[in-house]
Design a protein around this ligand. Structure first.
Ligand SMILES: Cc1ncc(COP(=O)(O)O)c(C=O)c1O
Length: 329
């Protein structure tokens, strides 16, 4: 355990967001959800102090250190037209003096909005893939072309959900422990939006490595639960090897909990429950969720509270993973 933890702490990283994010109480939301609602906390990674924040900042801090070590001069990554990951990668390239090429699937907008607008503001070059399935081959061919021109491209897989990216997120648990120490409230459960798996793998690994006994529940934004939990498990297993720890030190010996009942008709399509969640949190707490990920995750949390999945004595922490630019898409 000590070795794996030491390896995690010594992984190189670049600092994009130097400041810890707060954990706040959601007391007005709690009252609105009725007398048996558990204590609700929120980890405000939407406030990470770089490029409009969000979970990608934590993952990219370690992944970009790998790119630096590889001597990269160009970052290539992919996502949807409104990808939060693409936006943060574009900004990180700008901040580190690296060129950024984004491969996105979706229709080019005449007037870019939301994250697509920010991608251009940060100076990224955007290539369009016809479908999600075409993104990887297009990234590979862009990388091959750049290499042939004497450049040094570094390909970042979808969502920076690599073992290194998950390790970056795992470090967020050390930050959470400082929040916990300051507030005296220790979460029994952490609920968050899950999609490419790196955030969930990082949270599970971080809890195991730093000794925080919180249960982690990922609410899927798109993937079926079985596939997403297998992805998270595979990331955890690779991370265990990378950090020199056993499966148990990294939390890979327990079931990975993913709930896919809140996706609705598909990725990015609002549901009645996600719209209710977005509105409830805005009107009771003045906190903005995003329509694609965090509103669906909050819808999942609210339904679990209404179903009596938690006791009134429990403390549940909602990890806000950002994405608000999606509201302006
Ligand atoms: C705002 C937001 N929340 C959650 C997620 C899910 O994170 P992950 O892809 O690491 O599972 C994403 C990623 O796409 C995101 O942009």
């Amino acid at each position: 355990m000590a070795t794996a933890l030491a390896s995690l702490r010594s992984l190189p990283s670049v600092t994009l967001a130097a400041h810890p994010t707060p954990v706040d109480r959601l007391d007005r939301l709690r009252s609105a959800l009725g007398p048996s609602c558990p204590t609700l906390l929120i980890k405000r990674d939407d406030l990470l102090s770089f490029a409009m924040g969000g979970n990608k900042v934590r993952k990219l801090q370690t992944v970009l250190a790998e790119a630096n070590l590889a001597g990269a001069d160009t970052l290539i990554t992919c996502g949807g037209v409104q990808s939060n990951h693409c936006r943060v990668t574009a900004a990180a390239g700008a901040a580190l003096g690296l060129k950024v090429v984004l491969v996105v699937n979706g229709t080019p907008q005449d007037v870019p909005t939301g994250n697509a607008l920010l991608d251009r503001l940060f100076g990224a070059q955007v290539h369009y893939a016809t479908t999600r399935q075409d993104r990887d081959s297009l990234m590979a061919s862009v990388a091959a072309d750049l290499t042939a021109q004497g450049q040094r491209p570094f390909v970042i897989p979808l969502g920076a959900s690599t073992p290194t990216g998950a390790a970056g997120f795992a470090r967020g648990i050390e930050e959470l422990l400082v929040n916990v120490h300051q507030s005296g409230s220790r979460p029994d459960t952490i609920v968050h939006a899950s999609s490419s798996g790196g955030t969930q793998a990082g949270l599970i690994a971080g809890c195991a490595l730093f000794g925080l006994k919180s249960r982690v529940i990922g609410i899927s934004a798109d993937e079926p639960a079985a596939r997403l939990s297998a992805t998270v498990l595979a990331l955890l297993e690779e991370l265990a090897v990378r950090l020199g720890g056993s499966r148990a030190t990294i939390g890979a010996d327990k079931d990975v909990v993913v709930d896919d009942r809140f996706v609705g008709d598909g990725y990015g399509l609002p549901t009645a429950a996600s719209t209710e969640a977005l509105t409830l949190v805005a009107r009771h707490e003045g906190i903005v969720l995003d329509p694609v990920y965090t509103a669906k995750a909050m819808a999942g949390l609210i339904e679990k509270i209404r179903d009596g999945a938690f006791s009134i004595d429990d403390t549940v922490l909602f990890w806000h993973t950002g994405g608000q630019a999606g509201l302006f898409a």
